[in-house]
Structure formats: C-alpha cells, structure tokens
Design a protein around this ligand. Structure first.
Ligand code: URP
Ligand code: ZN
Ligand code: ZN
Ligand code: ZN
Length: 487
C-alpha cells in the first residue's frame, strides 16, 4: 500500500480506545491503514508525533459566523482559520432566518455564498428558524435535508428569534419525520423580560446585571419544558449551551428514562464565573453571553461532572464573536457613557481555545482523554450526520490534531495576540496552558504547524459537508399515551 503521509510514534486516542505503537497511513486525504511499521515510499511524508496524543480533528458543532444580526466579528474565513489553529477541522455554523423571510431557500443560499471557497476547515450549515410557516415546515425543510442541512436551531427567548411552544411542536412534527436534529436554546423569555424591566427601573444596568436577569431557574424551567415538548412528540432534541446544574439534571433524568434528549456545554461554563461581568471600564461586557456565566465554583464543577458522566453529548464553543471596541460591538452597550447591559451583543469568541481548554481538563484529571474525544470530536460528528469525521480509523477523513508530548511544550499564559480570530479580546486572557495543538491536519494536509509557520493552510482548503441524518438522535417510538404525532 502506498501512503502520501505516515504519522508515527503517536498515542492514537479515540472515544473508546487509546492505542500506542501504531502508525497512521494516509492516502488521498483519508486514513487508509493503522498498523505497525507501515512502509514509506520515496514520496511519503513522515510526521513524528514523538509520543504525543493524536486526537481526531475537532468538530465544533455550534459556531456563529457572519450572521446578519451580528455586525462585527469573524467571517467564515477568519473564524475557520482560527478553528484550525486550535485543533478544530470541522465547524457547523448557522444560516439564520429573519422573521420577514417567507422562504428559507434564499437565506441558505446567501450564507452558503459567504462560506464558499473562503473556509480554512470543512464546514456544515444549521438553520435557525424564526418564522416557521406551513410552507417552510412542510415544503422547504425536506429540501434542506436534500442539501445536507439536517439540523435546525430553535429559540425560546430573544424577541427577534423566540418561538411559541406551539410553533416548536409544529416544527418537531417535521424534524421527527425528516430525521433532522433539533437544537433548542432554552431560557424562559417572560421571566427574563420582567426582570430586565425591573432592573432598568432600578437603574441596575451594569454588565453584571445581565447575569442577574437570566437566573438559573429561567434556564431550568425552559429546559424541562423543551424536554416535555420533545417527549410528547417523540422528537429528539439537543439542549444547546447548558450552563446550569438543574438544567443538566433535567437532561440526565430524561436520559435515564431513555428519552432521546441530548445536551451540549461550552468552555466558558467550565471555566468562567459571573464575577467576570464586573470590572472597570465596561470590561465586564466582554463576558456577556446567554445563558450567562454562573455564580459559584460548584456550578463549574457540575458542568465538568456532566461532561465526564456523559450527560453532555457535545462540547461546542458557541463562538459568537462580537468585537469589544467597534461599532455594533460590545461597546454598543455603553450609551452616552452609561452602561446598558441589554444593548450588549451576546456571545463569546472561543472557536480556537475550545480544544486546548478541554484538553487542560484531561491534564488536570477532570476528564479522560476518551471523554475529550467523545464530546468534542466523535459525538458532534454522529449527532449531526458527519459520517467521515470525528474518528481515527480507516475510511475516515485524515483530520488529526497532534498535541505536544508531555513536558515538551513551554507553558504559556494566553494573550489575545496569540489567537488567530478577528476579535479584539479573548475571555480567556491570562489562562495558563500546558499543551496546545502542535499540528492540525485537514484531510491529510497540515494546516497548522505551531512551531514552523503557524497557520500554513490557504482559504478554500475547507469544503462544504453535505450532512446525512443523525446516527445518534432518533425517535424512540415511545409515546405519552395513545395519541400519536402526525407523520
Ligand atoms: O450568548 C450567546 N450564546 N449568543 C449567541 C447566540 C446563541 O444563543 O447561541
Ligand atoms: Zn419580549
Ligand atoms: Zn443559543
Ligand atoms: Zn450560539
């Protein structure tokens, strides 16, 4: 067998097994053989992993790039470049319907055109539905599936995005029969709206009050409601960006009952607390996201536990980049010198730091390397129908992340200028790292070489991934009573 590339001397980590002493043989961008002492030919490139972990290229299944409602921040080009520099080789980002869009076909075409030929890593597209008309749900969603868009995101909050429970139920009828994965942003809108109004009346509008306005109970209630809607309809859902202990417990309880309920958490809910929202000079705005950062170290620990015990299926960045100091950026929440948290665009940048931060959890003994691979590579690929991603095995794409061997990387403290995103800050500024991806390989090509050249790919390396149905999330054919959802 001829190989274009052989990676030797690594510890190959998959979601189930970790094996040393095996070479990875790559041909035409695909892993074609894993075995001992693979034979090189004169034209084979050899990469020596020097005893380091090799994990599958990261799959970041929750990324926002160039959304029309986010005026500043990363493009598909800069965001995907940032991804590969942090060990991620696939992102799934959103095409977002506006309420007035009567068809989603042009919406998807518009986002596809922005991405096409510009990406540094492979990419898929999810659809955010904000106005699920009968025609869209019945006639257009099947066309989405044909185009490889096999997932939708639904919001229970935010005025421009929020759906009523009835609308969610109607969508669930369609996504169930089409085999689409249904993502839900679960926060109780009315609770939040009332709190924001009263905080404003009381003059409590600093960034910190963003967290006060979205208490854990708002997330927990909406999470349980979303689970109930899913149970009624026998439609699998993934609760996105789960931040709170009680919400995670609702998900775990549903899973124990064998309901098709999945959960996702994000790096900031493992590392950052709401005290970050305080701070001089409006700095707290940098950490405004929804759900908000939580209060106590126990909240962080609960999220780590839920990663380790399998409650969380996926671990995503929710890279929702707004610059701090730019028109329409975080600073938009400073109105004539007065802080107005309601006007701060929500979301944190993090597509590049996601894998290193989770890997730090492996080094700290919070999770295993198998957990790392499961939630950040393998499960997101399975959940969203990426059949060639997330596993190091013959037949899968040769997307690899090669780390530093233990003790071989000089530890450093992160500053924003080390990152490759087009954002003027990182919420993880000052975080110490003991490891970072040394090489990232996309379908057999090295696109990140930290010691020699940094980003060495070109725009357009990444291709659109037409996704299949989820191989993880499926209806169970279990119903609450004799009633059946329409087919
Ligand atoms: O604060 C966040 N997460 N903003 C991004 C949009 C979303 O809801 O995921
Ligand atoms: Zn409202
Ligand atoms: Zn969301
Ligand atoms: Zn998001």
């Amino acid at each position: 067998m001829e190989f274009d590339t052989i990676v030797r001397n690594g510890i190959i980590a998959n979601a189930n097994d970790v094996v040393a002493g095996q070479d990875i043989g790559i041909k035409d961008g695909v892993v074609t053989c894993i075995g001992t002492s693979l034979q090189a030919s004169a034209s084979t490139t050899i990469i020596d992993a020097q005893g380091a972990y090799i994990t599958p290229g990261g799959v970041d299944s929750h990324v926002h790039l160039q959304q029309r409602n986010a005026p500043t921040g990363d493009t598909w080009e800069t965001g995907t470049r940032s991804a590969v520099c942090g060990g991620t080789t696939t992102v799934i980002a959103f095409a977002s319907q506006r309420r007035q869009d009567e068809s989603i076909i042009p919406v998807v075409a518009e986002y596809s055109a922005l991405a096409e030929s510009n990406c540094a890593c492979d990419y898929g597209i999810h659809l955010i539905l904000t106005n699920p008309t009968r025609d869209i749900v019945r006639k257009e969603l099947p066309l989405m599936v044909e185009a490889g868009i096999t997932s939708v995101k639904l919001y229970m909050t935010y005025d421009p995005l929020k759906l009523r429970d009835r609308e969610i139920l109607d969508i669930m009828v369609a996504t169930r029969s089409l085999g689409m994965t249904t993502m839900v942003h679960a926060e109780n809108h009315d609770m939040i709206e009332l709190i924001i109004e009263t905080l404003e009346e009381r003059g409590q509008t600093d960034p910190y009050y963003h967290a006060v306005s979205r208490p854990q109970i708002a997330e927990a209630e909406a999470t349980y409601r979303a689970i109930s809607l899913s149970e009624l309809m026998d439609t699998p859902i993934l609760l996105v960006h789960v931040s709170s202990m009680v919400a995670a417990k609702h998900i775990r309880d549903a899973q124990t009952r064998l309901l098709p309920i999945y959960g996702e958490t994000c790096p900031h809910y493992l590392y950052l607390l709401s005290d970050k929202l305080r701070g001089e000079h409006f700095e707290g705005a940098k950490c405004v996201c929804s759900p908000p950062l939580r209060e106590k170290p126990e909240d962080l620990q609960a999220m780590w536990t839920a990663v380790a015990n399998g409650t969380f299926t996926t671990f995503s960045s929710d890279h929702a980049p707004s610059k701090f100091n730019a028109e329409g950026g975080k600073i938009a929440g400073l109105v004539h010198g007065k802080a107005v948290f309601k006007k701060i665009p929500n979301g944190l940048p993090g597509v590049e730091t996601r894998q290193p931060l989770l890997f730090a959890g492996v080094l700290d003994g919070k999770i295993t390397i198998q957990d790392f691979v499961r939630v950040s590579c393998t499960n997101p690929a399975k959940l969203y129908g990426l059949t060639k991603k997330g596993v190091i095995f013959p037949g899968y794409d040769a997307d690899l992340c090669i780390w530093y061997p233990e003790g071989k990387m000089r530890p450093f403290q992160l500053t924003n200028d080390m990152l490759n995103h087009d954002i003027d800050y990182t919420p993880f500024d000052g975080t110490a790292f003991k490891n970072w991806p040394r090489y990232t390989m996309l379908r057999g090509k090295i696109v990140w070489n930290r010691d020699e050249g940094g980003y060495v790919g070109v725009k357009g390396d990444g291709i659109y991934l037409k996704r299949a149905a989820s191989t993880l999330a499926k209806p169970k054919n279990v119903f609450v009573n004799e009633w059946r959802p329409p087919m």
